[in-house]
Design a protein around this ligand. Structure first.
Ligand SMILES: *Cc1c(COP(=O)(O)O)cnc(C)c1O
Length: 464
């Protein structure tokens, strides 16, 4: 399969190169030139597949002949063997036609493991075959860093450097990163905030000479392979509730628009999805876009759902490229408009996006109320991100009551105990037993000043 950039100017790449890169050279994001699509009969024939078997069916066309069939099957099996539930992503019912898709049974208790366990293996496999090494670099405010580290801890050809803001991530989040003691893993605590960390990563990507020829690979959701692997669980859940013979609806707690964009792609591939609900917290750029055609940066709000605290949703660019019929020049213009303050979508195209998505913005009060309500009503404890999804799902469900509404559960409640306390739930969620010893484990990380040259020098000294 061939991949093109959303800005229309960068070279067309094969899967292997898309996997091992970050942004396209024109500043865009890579997407497949053409999406596979499946008939109702084909989709129905997947109903009894295991998660890994289904993942192979869906992922293989995106990989094409870049990886031999048996190797790809192996990689997928290994990636999901670390999950602590045999179904990988089990469904739980919390009400009539109300379902929770638990995506948090991976090593770090958040949905990012679904993509990053696979991504680590894919990258390592490609590097081994090319006899190369690479450096993975990322900034994190919590979840992405630990999921990337868990995804790469056994990769022989990768050095990974994760920057987090010193003293500004939760204890659980820090420990999940810093207690992984492999030699190829380097945690850097920057004396600054998350934006400082992100800015440094950006600057390293735009000037890679300091790595003396080693490749820098991105693991945030601009990496196509992450999106691709997230389409699988939409199919898996829908098949178990009667698709393709019945339509489904999904509600997705959204930050960078990666997870919900994967849902849109599942629909495009043929899965009958009636509605996709974009659930945001107070950082509501997507909700403002969907409700008032106003996609503009506003100030960052710190909420009880920190993994969704963003100002701009980077993957929305991929959706715009779709809406503008793959017109890179038009996307370039929209992104220039955004840089100047705001972009708005052409009226006829805006109607199209409204037909596919609903959106809701949920504040901390409503988040806590939903945690308490669901705990009272169904004895099920939601994490604050998932609670935003359920809250949005309930707000819009009135249209299509007869259809299942599946909310994606993006984190385990034990990862965000603060919100649960604020919600007034007396029982505090327990860490699963495999993580019980987390607070006693040895930590390793380096505190560095907020200075690009210092970080670059540290990386040079520590590459294996
Ligand atoms: C990253 C994250 C999200 C947001 O996912 P996007 O793909 O950025 O929309 C939601 N919930 C949790 C717990 C996360 O870690």
């Amino acid at each position: 399969m061939k991949y093109i950039s959303t800005r229309g100017k960068a070279a067309v790449l094969e899967f292997e190169d898309v996997l091992l890169t970050g942004l396209a050279s024109d500043g865009g994001l890579y997407v497949p030139e053409e999406m596979p699509s499946y008939s109702k009969e084909e989709i129905a024939s997947w109903a009894s597949l295991s998660y890994s078997e289904l993942a192979y069916k869906i992922i293989q066309p995106f990989v094409g002949d870049a990886i031999p069939v048996d190797d790809l099957k192996n990689i997928i099996d290994q990636s999901y063997a670390t999950f602590r539930h045999d179904a990988i992503t089990p469904l739980v019912q919390i009400g009539h036609n109300e379902w929770i898709l638990e995506l948090f049974h991976g090593p770090t208790l958040a949905f990012k493991d679904v993509a990053l366990q696979l991504l680590g293996h894919l990258i390592d496999y490609m590097l081994a075959r090319r006899n190369e090494r690479a450096v993975i670099m990322g900034a994190t405010s919590g979840d992405t860093g630990s999921a990337a580290i868990e995804g790469c801890r056994r990769c022989e050809n990768i050095d990974i450097f994760i920057l987090h803001p010193h003293n500004r991530v939760s204890d659980v989040q820090r420990k999940q990163m810093t207690t992984v003691l492999s030699d190829n893993i380097h945690n850097i605590a920057i004396e600054g905030n998350f934006d400082d960390c992100q800015q440094m990563v950006k600057e390293c990507f735009s000037d890679q000479a300091f790595l003396k020829g080693e490749r820098l690979v991105a693991v945030n959701s601009i990496n196509w392979a992450r999106i691709m692997s997230q389409t699988v669980y939409y199919f898996y859940a829908a098949l178990h509730l009667g698709a393709p013979h019945r339509e489904m609806q999904f509600s997705v707690p959204t930050g960078n628009f990666g997870d919900i964009y994967a849902g849109y792609l599942a629909k495009k591939m043929g899965l009958p999805i009636r509605k996709l609900v974009i659930a945001t917290n107070k950082n509501d750029i997507l909700h403002r876009c969907l409700s008032a055609n106003d996609y503009s940066r506003s100030t960052l709000e710190h909420t009880l759902s920190p993994s969704m605290d963003i100002m701009v949703s980077s993957n929305f660019e991929r959706m715009l490229f779709e809406l503008y019929d793959n017109d890179g020049a038009a996307v370039n213009q929209l992104m220039a408009d955004l840089n100047n303050g705001a972009l708005s979508i052409e009226e006829s195209r805006f109607e199209k996006v409204k037909a596919i998505f609903d959106s809701y913005s949920v504040d901390d009060n409503a988040t806590c109320k939903t945690i308490a309500d669901v705990y009272d009503g169904s004895d099920y404890l939601l994490d604050p991100h998932t609670a935003i999804g359920v809250s949005a799902a309930r707000a819009c469900k009135t249209d299509n009551k007869e259809l299942p509404m599946i909310t994606l559960a993006t984190a385990h409640p034990a990862k965000f105990p603060e919100a649960i306390k604020v919600a007034g739930v007396k029982d505090s969620p327990e860490l699963p037993h495999h993580m019980a010893g987390l607070f006693d484990r040895e930590e390793r990380y380096t505190v560095l000043e907020n200075d690009l040259a210092t970080v670059k020098a540290f990386m040079q000294d520590n590459i294996v």
